[in-house]
Design a protein around this ligand. Structure first.
Ligand code: DX5
Ligand code: ZN
Length: 217
């Protein structure tokens, strides 16, 4: 089993010291920086937007993995690419024309991701799996950090892995929400490739060490 890709979520960082927090991630074994964008419409919370993403990118030495929890993502993806996003996930539930959204992301030179809510069946991605670089499986209801991991996620990882393998696709499976030291090994065993972790990393005494432990699961 290869080591997972670790993507700490900057949502749990100290926003008053964003440069310091990004430099900590630069110095750590984190592979990507997960950037959570919430619009107060698709999800019942507002985080931050394009200027803050740009500020994070200015200091980041690692790819920005931008998770758009917003309505009408097609109107904003170009601005997020310009702000420094390398991977963008749009929500399945926010896209009437997902295939078109995926083509748009690719045309912008960005890795195309799709995030799905806990209630959304992975089977719904079967017909476009070959066009998806990354599926962000939500293991909490999107909108807030620090929530409890939903156990049904393991089953979804296994089902999604089967769809990807059957299609001969190279899609990565990312898990987002409530990830910690206990569930991480089980998620990797089920077929997950990328682990997002917010509060588990930033609330720990030594985030660099916590990231390293997650990397080594
Ligand atoms: C939830 C966000 C997550 C969140 C993860 O809406 O998409 O990325 O920041 O935070 P934790 O790891 O604290 O659940
Ligand atoms: Zn996220």
């Amino acid at each position: 089993m290869t080591n997972p890709i670790i993507a700490p979520s900057i949502l749990a960082a100290d926003f008053a010291n964003i440069q310091r927090e990004v430099e900590m991630l630069n110095a750590s074994e984190a592979d990507w920086i997960h950037v959570d964008i919430m619009d107060g419409v698709f999800v019942p919370n507002i985080s931050f937007g394009i200027p803050v993403t740009k500020a994070i990118h200015k200091h980041a030495k690692k790819p920005l993995d931008v998770h758009l929890m917003i309505e009408k993502p097609e109107n904003y993806v170009e601005a997020f690419v310009k702000a420094g996003a390398e991977i963008i996930s749009v929500h399945y539930e926010a896209c009437n024309h997902l295939h078109r959204n995926l083509q748009q992301l690719k045309a912008l030179g960005c890795k195309a991701g799709v995030a799905i809510n806990p209630h959304t069946n992975v089977q719904l991605l079967e017909d476009c799996i070959g066009d998806i670089d990354l599926v962000c499986l939500m293991s909490v209801n999107p909108g807030f950090g620090g929530q409890v991991f939903i156990e049904n996620t393991y089953k979804k990882v296994r089902q999604l892995k089967e769809i990807i393998t059957d299609a001969n696709a190279t899609t990565l499976i990312e898990i987002d929400g409530g990830v910690n030291q206990d569930n991480a090994p089980k998620l990797i065993a089920a077929g997950a490739d990328v682990l997002v972790a917010g509060s588990f990393v930033f609330s720990s005494e030594d985030p660099i060490h916590t990231i390293s432990k997650l990397k080594g699961v």
